[in-house]
Design a protein around this ligand. Structure first.
Ligand SMILES: Cc1ncc(COP(=O)(O)O)c(C=O)c1O
Ligand SMILES: [Zn+2]
Length: 373
């Protein structure tokens, strides 16, 4: 039966419960059988909702801004082609639209009129946009260091912004203030991840039904990595595909709790005090789904890669010089893929995701250009 399932104690709850974590404090997953009916998929057109048989939302409640079906292109890195998925061109400029569309659809389905969310910027902008589309009140808690462009975008969608001392306190404050509303913190929310997973379906469709050997993604709270894991699992379970890709998680060396835990063979990340990084979207000291992320990477025979600030900005430069404009966090996947290819020389089909648009981070781009000049 479809249910919310605790990843710690296994307790099950109905999908209609407006909860964000288990009584034991554990994160929630969704137990749900995804279906892929070729004719229906084609009939539903060119948004991620073409895969609605694989998304746990009733049809009438979809809140959509025509997200998904982003293109892919290749770039040669150390002589090897790397596939890039252009999620920076989604409606609010980041991959978070996939998650926000499903999360806000769920809130609409529950008949709740108020969402509270915490974010480093992009998820806040995405949830603010979809809340506006659904006519739902939205409060976003963000660290005071949030990029001015992201802040303006969140406010422009009509959300109330609350600036907090740092990313962690933004989460704590949002959870506290969400009593009486729906807490939509995307790190916790399983519906968000079941939106992000559509990225995996689109990759397979773009590659003509083939599963890539490796999928390389930036990891902060891990919603993209776990979305890929669940998406590729759904396809295997439905016998659309036969195998999983290796999942390669990329973190900034300045803040790499998961890469460290992976290297040390640990089951859970320990708390690190991350240093500031140009990849502000993945600066997460304590990822709440850390154990789940490490398990997914190990199970797929993947690994973690840490990239320096310089490696991130070199990947950014490389993308710019081919006409692709992403924010620094959006270049982390390519930086990780370049390092993976250079170190291990795998003869593989590799996909990475451009996760956020360059117009989101003008301050970081200007600082880098001034430094280079
Ligand atoms: C542009 C961009 N890329 C990647 C990520 C990482 O996503 P996650 O925290 O789900 O791992 C974020 C998160 O905010 C982001 O904004
Ligand atoms: Zn539990």
């Amino acid at each position: 039966m479809d249910a919310l399932v605790c990843t710690d104690c296994g307790r099950e709850c109905a999908l209609t419960e407006p909860i964000w974590r288990c009584e034991c404090g554990g994160t929630l997953d969704i137990s749900f059988t995804a279906t892929f009916d070729r004719q229906q998929i084609d009939r539903y057109g060119s948004t991620m909702w073409r895969y609605r048989g694989a998304i746990p939302i009733a049809g009438d409640n979809i809140v959509s801004l025509y997200e998904g079906c982003t293109p892919m292109g290749t770039l040669s890195v150390h002589g090897q082609p790397i596939w890039l998925k252009f999620d920076h061109v989604l409606p609010t400029g980041s991959f978070k639209d996939r998650g926000a569309s499903v999360l806000v659809s769920k809130v609409k389905e529950l008949g709740i009129r108020h969402i509270v969310e915490d974010s480093s910027g992009n998820a806040g902008a995405a949830i603010a946009a979809y809340s506006a589309a659904a006519g739902i009140r939205c409060d976003v808690y963000a660290p005071k260091q949030v990029s001015a462009a992201k802040l303006a975008q969140i406010r422009a969608y009509g959300a109330n912004v609350h600036l907090c001392v740092n990313r962690e306190l933004a989460g704590a404050q949002a959870q506290w203030d969400a009593r009486g509303a729906y807490y939509g913190g995307h790190a916790w929310n399983p519906f968000f991840i079941h939106g992000v997973k559509t990225c995996a379906f689109e990759i397979v469709e773009w590659l003509g039904g083939a599963v890539p050997d490796s999928v390389v993604v930036p990891v902060g709270n891990g919603t993209l990595l776990l979305g890929m894991y669940i998406g590729f699992c759904d396809l295997v379970k439905a016998r659309v595909t036969r195998r999983m890709p290796k999942l390669i998680g990329v973190q900034a060396s300045q803040c790499a709790p998961l890469q460290r835990a992976f290297r040390l063979g640990r089951e859970r990340p320990s708390h690190v005090f991350g240093k500031p990084t140009v990849a502000d979207g993945i600066a997460i000291d304590r990822p709440v789904r850390g154990r789940q992320i490490l398990k997914a990477v190990r199970e797929t025979h993947g690994r973690f890669v840490a990239v320096t600030e310089l490696e991130i900005m070199k990947a950014f430069d490389r993308l710019c010089l081919t006409g692709l404009y992403v924010e620094p966090t959006g270049a982390v996947g390519l930086a990780g893929a370049a390092k993976y290819v250079r170190k291990e020389h795998p003869d593989e089909v590799i996909v990475t995701v451009l996760t956020g648009h360059g117009l989101k981070a003008p301050e970081a781009v200007r600082a880098w250009l001034d430094e280079e000049a």
